[in-house]
Write a protein of this length. Structure first.
Length: 137
C-alpha cells in the first residue's frame, strides 16, 4: 500500500489500514455491498471505489451507482457462484475414496437440485472444496 496509489481491499480492517496510509482503497466484491447504507458507510471509512456484489440485479446496481460519490464497478461472470463448501459435497455420494487427486467423482458432471427443482452444478477442487454454482448463467 502506497500513499496516493489504488489498492484492492477485502475487509474493513484492510480498508482502515489503506485509508490510514493514504492509499486509495477500492473495496473488492468480497465485501458485500448490497444497499445504500453500506455505500455511505464505506465511503465514510475512506473507500475510493467500490466493487459491487455480482448478486445484485441490474436495477439494484444502477440505484447504488447513482447513490455513490466514488466510482463503482461490477465484474460480470457467466454464472454466479451460489456458495463454496470447505468440505467436499461429493463425499455424500457414498463413493468417497479419500484421495481427492484421484477421485473419480470429481471427473463427473454432478449437480445438486434446489428446492425449486433447479440443478446447481458442483465442481470440487483437488483440495476437496466444492463450489456450487447458480442454476442459470
Amino acid at each position: 500500500m502506497r500513499p496516493g496509489k489504488p489498492v484492492g481491499v477485502g475487509n474493513v480492517s484492510e480498508l482502515a489500514l489503506a485509508h490510514g496510509l493514504g492509499a486509495l482503497p477500492e473495496v473488492r466484491a468480497c465485501v458485500p455491498v448490497h444497499n445504500e447504507s453500506t455505500v455511505v458507510a464505506l465511503e465514510a471509512a475512506g473507500a475510493a471505489g467500490l466493487w459491487l456484489s455480482s448478486e445484485l440485479t441490474l436495477d439494484e446496481v444502477c440505484v447504488l451507482a447513482r447513490s455513490s460519490s466514488v466510482p463503482v464497478g461490477l465484474v460480470v461472470t457467466g454464472r454466479a457462484r451460489a456458495m463454496t463448501s470447505e468440505h467436499c459435497v461429493l463425499s455424500t455420494t457414498g463413493a468417497c475414496v479419500h484421495d481427492c487427486a484421484r477421485c473419480p467423482q470429481r471427473a463427473r458432471r454432478l449437480s445438486l437440485r434446489d428446492i425449486d427443482g433447479n440443478l446447481l452444478p458442483v465442481r470440487t477442487d483437488i483440495h476437496g472444496r466444492s463450489r456450487i454454482w447458480a442454476a442459470h448463467p
